[in-house]
Design a protein around this ligand. Structure first.
Ligand code: GRF
Length: 186
């Protein structure tokens, strides 16, 4: 039985949002951390804490085969909510339809602005006054699902993509646990 309060977090890299979710379990439990990169830095942090991990290098593996294996791992941990956190792989339509409305993602822009990559540089180049981050439901169209919540971060004079990213990341770490705790009640 899938339980919405049992959350799996999917990462590909450093995993700072995953750490925020693990450390702020507000009405949900992170029961599995999964990755398509077995050497993702974030997994060291997870393993040092003895939390359950699932990792399989997706490089060169048939997409559906990989997605099916992940789905089985999620089922076996009775996961009901999947939180993407710096997960740099596009999930197949098969996987998304297997978990309808149960996959969320954090994106470093105020959606619907700046879907995709290089969000901070694009906001600076457009001379926007505000950057930020959004948590949204994952659908087949990239970064286009329902926005569940967002946080604004003012863009300051002289900001580079790196300085803006640092402040937005801090905002992500408080936004994601808060929105996820609301979402798992659905
Ligand atoms: C974050 O900026 C997140 O918004 C984006 O990828 C980055 C992941 O960072 N989806 P981390 O791995 O959570 O530190």
């Amino acid at each position: 039985m899938r339980d919405p309060k049992r959350v799996a977090v999917l990462i590909s890299g450093r995993g700072s949002n995953m750490q925020a979710l693990v450390e702020q379990p507000r009405g949900y439990d992170v029961v599995l951390i999964a990755s398509n990169k077995p050497h993702a830095a974030g997994l060291d942090w997870v393993r040092a804490r003895g939390l359950p991990t699932w990792a399989w290098d997706s490089k060169g593996v048939d997409k559906q085969r990989w997605d099916q294996a992940l789905s089985r791992a999620l089922e076996s941990h009775r996961v009901g909510t999947i939180a993407l956190a710096g997960f740099m792989r596009i999930l197949s339509p098969w996987f998304i339809s297997k978990w309808p409305g149960r996959i969320v993602n954090i994106h470093p822009s105020l959606l619907p602005n700046y879907r995709g990559l290089d969000t901070h540089q694009r906001a600076i180049d457009a001379r926007d006054e505000l950057g930020g981050c959004s948590v949204h439901i994952v659908t087949e169209e990239l970064d286009a699902g329902e926005v569940l919540g967002s946080a604004e971060v003012p863009i300051e004079e002289g900001d580079s993509a790196e300085t803006l990213e640092q402040r937005v990341l801090a905002a992500e770490h408080s936004l994601y646990p808060r929105i996820l705790s609301e979402f798992v009640q659905r």
